[in-house]
Design a protein around this ligand. Structure first.
Ligand SMILES: [Zn+2]
Length: 227
């Protein structure tokens, strides 16, 4: 059992339920897991996401998912996550990038705007053609089916984004996915944010575009670490 808190009230919780249903029972060689999604109606800010999962998980494994979007409190969220041993998966510009990477990669800085990501996702497959229209950011039914079997590709694409990060010394094979001791000594924000494979000196807000969600899949054993 692990707790995963997220900003959104629809896309991420739907996706986490999909992971439970698709992979949660385990398989030959893969351990079973159960994600408890933590979210709020009308969403949460990054700092609130970390706080909410800290409360919900107590001593259990805890992850926080948050996006660049237009948030200003990301450094505080990272600091709190580092202090309490909460893993985080940051997406720049947004979680939608993780969905897009199941179909194609993305190059060039997005400057915090998810507009191009969403447009490309709509074009990538019929199932997502109405994504984020009339507020529908759900990941159910045909959208869920469209993601199935593509997780390896998404992981590979996300790792490539680390390798091509403009900071230059970022390497996906430096990423860490082993379980963390919740009660270990607090780490620095830089050290904690480098679990993504980005270099410690790579400022988190400059990781554009990138998403760390792939580390969650590797940590759960859904996808094998290639490093
Ligand atoms: Zn980097």
């Amino acid at each position: 059992m692990l707790y995963v808190a997220c900003e959104g009230e629809s896309t991420e919780p739907d996706y986490l339920r999909y992971l439970n249903e698709q992979f949660g029972d385990g398989d030959d060689g893969r351990r079973p897991f159960r994600i408890q999604p933590v979210y709020r109606k009308n969403g949460m800010t990054p700092a609130k996401v970390v706080e909410a999962v800290r409360e919900a998980a107590a001593e259990d494994e805890a992850w926080a998912l948050f996006d660049r979007d237009s948030h200003h409190e990301i450094p505080q969220a990272v600091k709190a996550a580092a202090e309490y041993g909460i893993e985080f998966a940051f997406s720049h510009p947004s979680f939608d990038l993780w969905l897009l990477l199941h179909f194609q990669t993305l190059t060039g800085a997005q400057s915090g705007s998810s507009k191009i990501v969403v447009e490309k996702l709509r074009q990538a497959t019929d199932a997502f053609k109405d994504y984020d229209k009339r507020g529908d950011k759900s990941v159910k039914g045909a959208r869920r089916d469209a993601l199935k079997g593509r997780e390896g590709r998404a992981v590979a694409n996300a790792r490539s984004l680390v390798a091509s990060c403009a900071a230059g010394r970022c390497r996906p094979d430096h990423a860490r996915t082993e379980p963390v001791e919740r009660d270990a000594e607090p780490r620095s924000s830089q050290e904690w944010a480098a679990r993504s494979g980005h270099a410690q000196e790579c400022p988190i807000l400059r990781r554009d575009p990138s998403t760390d969600v792939w580390r969650l899949l590797v940590a759960l054993g859904i996808h094998e670490d290639e490093s």
